[in-house]
Ligand binder design. Structure first.
Ligand code: M5T
Ligand code: MG
Length: 322
């Protein structure tokens, strides 16, 4: 019995450690959402926007003012006004950031690691709230927008892709609730997922994620691109979206991505020359501030930080020029 007891003791300790984590999760405060502005489908009747039930692929922000409400067409205009933000109280990460992206513009962020590029995308998503200043979306402060609706209007491919314990099909469908199997497959194909999905034991019905088949970094990234393609939102955030792909896959996915990006406002955190050079505007972040901004040509002529970065990257072996 003593031997038996000592063996049980191990499981008790393991169970206690597990219970602690479960309780920590239960105690986690739910995300508060006091947004009042919602996203609705609209159509134009006699030159005026009217809310409607069916999907029209035209969206507007419905902003209540007392009993009245206004409809502001969703265009994809993003602005930062003197934004100050830090993850911890005594450590400011972004210092007085001002920026604007007009609908349809492609803005590239560059800067050394830790400069605050990913932080900017975290703020647009409202994963965190800013300390000072404001962020507006089509002229509306994002604090007023319901988080669910805000995130519906953004497609993102982030540095690390979270996969849920579910099938490939369900994981991609997260991009658009209620998408048909055909729509999901088309998006997967465009993002070059098809070929590796067919190698999985049950194809699109293979469970992936924590308890399922493990996918490589590049495969996860392609799932994430498929989600974004499926979503087809007016603002697209790309954080090193093709960083874990090899050259061949990158070229293929780039094609799909460029189709996704037509007419969209795109904020891209770029590490590749090609992406940066194709941007309408480059913002160079250094130590949480906008150090330089302008078109690629303007910044090259300026002979400043950006020019130095390009020179350095050209010299290093990992940099591809085409
Ligand atoms: C900027 C800190 C990080 C750095 C600064 C995402 C995140 C960042 N930070 C936190 O304290 N908590 C967080 O959850 O913020 O970081 P970043 O915005 O991630 O920098 P980046 O994206 O420009 O860097 P990289 O390496 O992706 O090119 O001090 O510690
Ligand atoms: Mg980052």
């Amino acid at each position: 019995p003593l031997v038996n007891m000592s063996q049980q003791f191990n499981s008790i300790l393991a169970a206690l450690a597990g219970a602690e984590r479960i309780f920590a999760l239960i105690d986690e405060k739910p995300e508060v959402d006091d947004g009042i502005v919602t996203l609705v489908n609209v159509e134009e009747v006699d030159g005026q926007l009217v809310e409607c039930e069916q999907r029209t692929n035209r969206w507007a922000w419905k902003h209540p003012h007392g009993n009245e409400f206004t409809l502001v067409e969703m265009k994809g205009d993003v602005r930062f006004h003197d934004v100050v933000f830090g993850y911890e109280e005594n450590h400011t990460v972004l210092k007085n950031i001002n920026l604007f992206a007009k609908p349809g513009q492609k803005i590239a962020f560059v800067g050394s690691t830790g400069a605050g590029k990913t932080t900017i995308t975290n703020l647009i998503n409202r994963f965190y709230d800013i300390n000072k200043g404001s962020i507006t979306y089509d002229g509306i402060d994002i604090k007023l927008i319901k988080k669910d609706d805000l995130r519906t209007s953004l497609a993102m491919v982030l540095q690390d892709t979270h996969l849920f314990t579910a099938t490939v099909m369900e994981n991609i469908r997260l991009g658009k609730r209620g998408a048909t199997d055909e729509e999901v497959r088309a998006a997967a194909k465009a993002a070059n997922c098809d070929e590796f999905v067919h190698r999985l034991p049950q194809g699109y019905n293979t469970p992936i994620g924590e308890n399922g088949a493990k996918l490589s970094g590049g495969e996860r990234q392609r799932i994430s691109i498929a989600r974004a393609l499926l979503k087809d939102a007016p603002i697209v955030l790309l954080d090193e979206a093709t960083a874990s792909l090899d050259v061949e896959n990158e070229t293929k996915v780039q094609g799909a991505l460029s189709r996704l990006l037509v007419g969209k406002t795109v904020l891209v955190i770029a590490h590749r020359m090609r992406t940066v050079e194709a941007a309408d505007k480059i913002i160079v972040l250094a130590d949480g501030r906008v150090a330089e901004e302008g078109t690629p040509a303007e910044l090259m002529n300026k002979n400043g930080l950006y020019h130095r970065m390009v020179d350095l990257q050209r010299q290093s072996a990992g940099w591809r020029l085409n």
